[in-house]
Design a protein around this ligand. Structure first.
Ligand SMILES: [Zn+2]
Length: 199
C-alpha cells in the first residue's frame, strides 16, 4: 500500500530544507503525527509569520522584522566602525560575543566565479556609496577564511583604498576553510582584538 498522499506531500515539502533528505523528512512527519493540533497550528503560523515579516534591513542588509534592524536603530552604538560580514548568521554570531559595539554591513554572499557570484551580486555598492560617512573611521572585514572569503576581502580592500578609512581584517589564527560560526565566542573576541590594519 502506498503512503497516504497527505504524508508524502508533507515529506516532499520538508525536503526543500538543507540537509533534509527523504528519510529524515519521513521521520519528521511521523513525529508531527504525534503532535497536538495546537502545536501544529503554532508551527504553521510561525512559518507564515516568519515569511510575511522577515526582510533585510535597508541600511546594513541584516535579517530583521523591521525595515531597519535593531542594531542600526540601537542608540549608543559606535559609529566609527563598520564590520563587513558575509551573512546575517555572522552578525548574530558576533553579537553573541558582546565584544563588538559598532555597526555591521552584510554582503549577503561572497564572490565566487565558480558559482557565478560576481561583485555586483553582493551588497557592496551600498556600503561604498551610502554607509561610509565622516563618522566612519574603520572598516573591519570579517569574512570566513575560505578562498571565496579571501577573494572578496581583497576585492573590498582595493575598493576601500580610495576612502579615508582604516581597513582591518580579523586575525583568526585558524586554518583556511573554517567558518566563523564554528568559532567559539572567545576565539571571535580574540580575532577582533588582534585584527590587523591592512590599509
Ligand atoms: Zn541594520
Amino acid at each position: 500500500m502506498p503512503l497516504p498522499k497527505s504524508f508524502t506531500n508533507l515529506v516532499s515539502n520538508l525536503t526543500i530544507l538543507p540537509g533534509v533528505g527523504e528519510k529524515t523528512a519521513e521521520r519528521y512527519v511521523y513525529s508531527l503525527y504525534e503532535k497536538e493540533m495546537d502545536e501544529i497550528e503554532n508551527l504553521s503560523q510561525s512559518l507564515l509569520d516568519f515569511k510575511k515579516n522577515i526582510r533585510t534591513c535597508k541600511n546594513c542588509g541584516c535579517l530583521s522584522d523591521f525595515d531597519e534592524c535593531e542594531i542600526c536603530t540601537e542608540s549608543g552604538r559606535d559609529k566609527s566602525t563598520i564590520c563587513v560580514v558575509e551573512d546575517s548568521k555572522s552578525v548574530f554570531f558576533i553579537e553573541k560575543t558582546g565584544k563588538y559595539r559598532g555597526y555591521y554591513h552584510v554582503l549577503n554572499g561572497l564572490i565566487s566565479p565558480i558559482e557565478g557570484i560576481n561583485p555586483e551580486d553582493l551588497n557592496i555598492e551600498k556600503l561604498l556609496k551610502e554607509r561610509i560617512n565622516d563618522d566612519v573611521k574603520e572598516i573591519i572585514i570579517a569574512l570566513n577564511p575560505s578562498i571565496e572569503g579571501e577573494v572578496t576581502s581583497m576585492y573590498l580592500q582595493k575598493l576601500l583604498d580610495k576612502y579615508d578609512v582604516k581597513v582591518s581584517r580579523l586575525s583568526y589564527g585558524i586554518p583556511m576553510g573554517s567558518d566563523i560560526e564554528y568559532l567559539d565566542p572567545i576565539m571571535i573576541s580574540k580575532a577582533l582584538d588582534d585584527r590587523k590594519i591592512i590599509s
